[in-house]
Design a protein around this ligand. Structure first.
Ligand code: AMP
Ligand code: TRP
Length: 341
């Protein structure tokens, strides 16, 4: 392929399904804010159509949509500089998602580890949407010809599948229409682990609240959760090699580095040799310092849902001005009759 160039454009999204965690903040939102300052056009989405791949109580979906939007705004996403909207208000996502269901292969979906993990032994009972969801995610990204996708480590495979879909479409229709988007997974805490079990990802849906830090947790709760976080009895090592077989220790060091905007090496240069009685309170204090202003602003915004709704509506209109022409060109390439235009 000769290599059409695409303007640098970022797309990323978070599902409104339950509360937001420190994993969402460090793995996604914090870096989205930073990317606004760089040479990208930035588009951020509350991906509500993805949330309903598992059951969502309607009132909870509504509230979570506001909460995710509030978290993005409170963390520093600027709704003028970035396009911020919720997915279901731009119907082109679902339309391109369908077209991509017809490009992606069943064998590709069968390799998706997230589906296997989520579905477990109950794959037959999952919604068809949960199985097909990576092709909707590909549509989210490619509908904007996005070139860069900042996500946590768990989403890498889905961005690779997006590239496979783009490539197959371009090849099958003999065009250079969709870009090959790059996952952007940089920094320490790209896979924040569960505080009670260092082998599992910190997630919104884990059974115990003690295993995660929620963005809306108050200072006492944050301190208590770090205090009770599982660790081993050894003091902190003085270099990262010493974290190799210590997943819980590594996780807390990475969280510290992510929050402090530094590296695990620098954290260990400061805390190497210290015990947990020193490190955990320092970590809790840092987390509160970073999260408290965000959660205060989130609460303020959540008390003004009309303001959020207005911003999302405006963001959806702006998103649609990019998405619609790309969808129409896709229909044209595929040979659909579009005589209503
Ligand atoms: P989700 O909450 O599944 O919609 O995820 C939204 C974004 O947060 C994605 O970019 C995920 O990769 C990221 N994310 C979620 N949980 C974690 C975690 N424990 N560590 C790092 N990133 C995460
Ligand atoms: N699948 C992502 C997650 O579960 C959310 C998501 C949906 C997304 N569409 C996206 C992320 C497009 C980046 C780009 O975390």
């Amino acid at each position: 392929m000769s290599g059409r160039t695409f303007a640098p454009r970022v797309f990323s999204g978070i599902k409104p399904s339950g509360g937001l965690t420190l994993g969402n903040y460090l793995g996604a939102i914090k870096r989205w804010v930073a990317m606004q300052e760089e040479d990208y056009e930035t588009i951020y989405c509350v991906v509500d159509l993805h949330a309903v791949t598992v059951w969502q109580d309607p009132a909870d979906l509504h509230r979570s949509t506001h909460e995710v939007a509030a978290a993005m705004l409170a963390s520093g996403i600027d709704p003028e500089r970035s396009i911020l909207f919720n997915q279901s208000q731009v119907p082109a996502h679902a339309e391109l998602g369908w077209l991509f269901n017809c490009v992606a292969r069943v064998g590709w979906m069968n390799r998706m580890t997230q589906f296997k993990e989520k579905a477990g032994k109950n794959a037959e009972k999952q919604s068809l949407g949960l199985y097909a969801y990576p092709s909707l995610m590909a549509a989210d990204i490619l509908l904007y010809h996005a070139t860069h996708v900042p996500v946590g480590e768990d989403q890498k495979q889905h961005v690779e599948l997006t590239r496979d879909i783009a490539q197959k479409f371009n090849h099958d229709y003999g065009v250079e229409f969709f870009p090959m988007p790059e996952p952007v997974i940089e920094g320490p805490a790209m896979r924040v682990m569960n505080l009670r079990d260092g082998s599992k990802k910190m997630s919104k849906s884990g059974e115990s609240d003690m295993e995660r830090i929620n963005m809306l947790d108050d200072a006492d709760t944050i301190a208590k959760k770090f205090k009770k976080a599982r660790t081993d009895p050894e003091p902190l090592p003085s270099d990262v090699a010493g974290l190799a077989d210590r997943p819980e220790a590594r996780n807390l060091v990475e969280i510290y580095a992510g929050l402090a905007d530094t590296t695990p090496e620098a954290v260990l240069a400061e805390f190497g040799g210290a015990g947990w009685g020193t490190f955990k309170p320092a970590l809790a204090e840092l987390a509160v310092e970073k999260l408290a202003p965000i959660s205060t602003e989130m609460q303020r915004l959540l008390d003004a849902p009309d303001e959020i709704d207005r911003l999302l509506a405006r963001g959806a209109e702006r998103a649609e001005t990019i998405a619609k022409p790309i969808l129409e060109q896709t229909f044209d390439i595929m040979g659909f009759v579009r005589s209503r235009r």
